[in-house]
Ligand binder design. Structure first.
Ligand SMILES: Cc1ncc(COP(=O)(O)O)c(C=O)c1O
Length: 440
C-alpha cells in the first residue's frame, strides 16, 4: 500500500514514526484462528484481534445474519420505539448474565459502556437524594477506555496525562499485584472510601481479571470483599468485562469466575466477536426499576447507534454459535493444557519471570536472564522495537505490553485447540529465545 494512501488514515495509539513512514502491516483476510497480510503472509492470531474474535475469523453465518437484518430493517433507534432484534439480543444476554442483572443498555464500544456505567451510577444516587455521590474508585494500571469519562476511570497515567483536567472526584487504589493478599487489597478501597467520604463515592470499577499489568487474577475473597464494601457504604459495584465476558475466561462472564454478583457489568468486544461494533451495560433489575419509577423517571442517556439492528443480529448469531457449538466448553477443556505448556515455557527460559492468567487470557512477563526486572530503557526498547519484530518474524499476532514489566499478552480465539495452542507456544518460544539472546 502506498504511503500517500495510507496516510489518509490516522492510526490509533501508534507512534508517529509509523504514520510518517507509512510503516504498517496491512491485513486483508481472516479465517478461523489465522489472518493474512497483503503480501500473503499467514499469521496465527494469538490476540483474537484485540481480545475480540472469540468465534474466529471468516464466519459466513454471522455475515449472513447481518445481511438479512439489513435487508429487512436497516435502522431504527432504540428510543421511543424498539425492534425485535434488540429485544431478542437483550433477552439472550440477560439469560446468560449473573444474578438479577437482566436489563441491557446497548451502545457501540467499551468506552461508551463505561461512560454509561458512570452516568447510571450518578443518576442512581441522585434520584435517591444523594447528590454528592458522584465519585469512582478504580485501580492502578487499569484500562477502561478513552472517552473522557472512561479515561477518568482508567488508571494509566501515561494515556491520561495529556488530557487533564479529567472528570473530578475520580480515585485510584492499587491493583491486586500490589498487595500481598485479598484483605489488604480490599482494605485499600475502604481506606480510600473513608478518606474521600462514602457520601462522595458512587461506584467501584474493576475488571474481574485485570488486563493492564498482565492478566491479574484476583486472590480468593477479593471480590467478596469488594461486594461487602459496596453494600456497607451504598456504592454500586461495576465489573468492567469488556475483555472478560463472552468466554475469554471459560465462563460467560468474569463475575461468574469470581463468584460475585455486581450491580453493573460493562461488555463489548466478544459479544459480536468483532463482526460488528458493540458495547453494553448490564444493570440489576431493581436499580432499573427504581430509576424508572423515580422523579427523573428515565435514564438520561442515549445514542444513535445503541441497539443498531444489524449489530443486534450479529450479536445473536455470535452468542448463539458460541453456545450451540460449545465454544466455552472448548476453553474449559483446553485451559489446563494451555497453562501447562506456558509453565513449561517458563521453566525453559530464565527471562520468563512470571506467567499469569486463566482461561484463554495470559500474560508472559519478561525480565533479565538473571531473573531481575528490565530497567525502563530496556523495557522501552524491547516493547517498542524488538518484540514487535520478533513476534512478526514468528508469524504471530500477539501483544508486547509495557504496562508494568515488559510482557507478552496471549488471548487466542476461543475455538483454538491443541494444534493452535502448540503452534502459538512454538512461536512464543522462538520469540523468547531471541529475547534471551538479545539480553545476554
Ligand atoms: C476493560 C476495558 N474496558 C473498556 C475498554 C474500552 O473499549 P473500547 O476500545 O471498545 O472503547 C477496553 C478496551 O480494551 C477494556 O479492555
Amino acid at each position: 500500500m502506498k504511503v500517500s494512501d495510507i496516510q489518509h488514515l490516522l492510526y490509533h495509539f501508534t507512534p508517529g514514526r509509523m504514520w510518517l513512514d507509512g510503516d504498517m502491516t496491512v491485513f486483508v483476510r481472516g479465517e478461523g484462528c489465522y489472518i493474512w497480510d497483503e503480501e500473503g503472509k499467514k499469521y496465527l492470531d494469538g490476540l483474537a484481534g484485540l481480545f475480540v474474535v472469540q468465534i474466529g475469523h471468516g464466519r459466513s453465518d454471522l455475515a449472513n445474519a447481518a445481511a438479512k437484518q439489513m435487508e429487512q430493517l436497516s435502522y431504527t433507534p432504540t428510543w421511543a420505539a424498539v425492534h425485535p432484534t434488540a429485544v431478542d439480543a437483550a433477552k439472550l444476554i440477560a439469560s446468560l448474565a449473573p444474578g438479577d442483572l437482566d436489563t441491557v443498555f446497548f451502545v457501540s464500544s467499551g468506552s461508551e459502556a463505561v461512560d454509561s456505567a458512570i452516568k447510571f451510577a450518578r443518576q442512581h444516587h441522585r434520584n435517591r437524594g444523594n447528590h454528592w455521590k458522584t465519585g469512582v474508585i478504580s485501580r492502578d494500571m487499569s484500562y477502561h477506555g478513552t472517552t473522557i469519562g472512561a479515561l477518568s476511570v482508567t488508571g494509566l497515567e501515561s494515556i491520561r496525562e495529556p488530557f487533564h483536567p479529567l472528570l473530578p472526584n475520580m480515585h485510584k487504589v492499587g491493583n491486586t499485584l500490589q498487595y500481598p493478599d485479598a484483605d489488604s487489597a480490599v482494605q485499600a478501597f475502604e481506606d480510600k472510601i473513608l478518606e474521600v467520604g462514602p457520601e462522595h463515592i458512587a461506584m467501584i470499577s474493576a475488571e474481574p481479571v485485570q488486563n493492564g499489568g498482565g492478566a491479574l487474577v484476583p486472590p480468593e475473597g477479593y471480590w467478596e470483599g469488594l461486594r461487602a464494601l459496596c453494600d456497607k457504604y451504598d456504592i454500586l459495584l461495576h465489573a468492567d468485562e469488556v475483555i472478560n465476558a463472552f468466554g475469554r475466561l471459560g465462563r460467560w462472564f468474569g463475575s461468574d469466575l469470581v463468584g460475585v454478583v455486581p450491580d453493573l457489568i460493562t461488555f463489548a468486544k466478544g459479544a459480536t466477536s468483532g463482526y460488528a461494533p458493540i458495547g453494553g451495560l448490564l444493570i440489576r433489575r431493581p436499580h432499573v426499576e427504581a430509576l424508572m419509577k423515580s422523579v427523573d423517571g428515565t435514564f438520561t442517556h442515549g445514542s444513535t447507534w445503541g441497539g443498531h439492528p444489524m449489530v443486534m443480529a450479529v450479536a445473536i448469531a455470535n452468542i448463539t454459535a458460541l453456545r450451540d457449538e460449545h465454544i466455552l466448553e472448548n476453553v474449559v477443556e483446553h485451559q489446563d493444557y494451555f497453562k501447562g505448556e506456558l509453565d513449561r515455557l517458563a521453566d525453559a527460559h530464565s527471562v520468563v519471570t512470571d506467567i499469569r492468567g486463566t482461561g484463554y487470557f495470559y500474560a508472559i512477563e519478561l525480565g533479565m536472564p538473571d531473573g531481575q526486572p528490565m530497567n525502563e530503557k530496556t523495557t522501552k526498547r524491547m516493547v517498542g522495537e524488538v518484540l514487535p519484530r520478533y513476534i512478526s518474524d514468528a508469524g504471530l499476532l500477539i501483544r508486547a505490553d509495557s504496562r508494568g514489566q515488559a510482557k507478552l499478552m496471549l488471548s487466542p480465539p476461543l475455538i483454538a485447540r491443541t494444534t493452535e495452542i502448540d503452534e502459538l507456544l512454538a512461536g512464543v518460544d522462538q520469540v523468547v529465545t531471541r529475547v534471551a539472546g538479545d539480553l545476554s
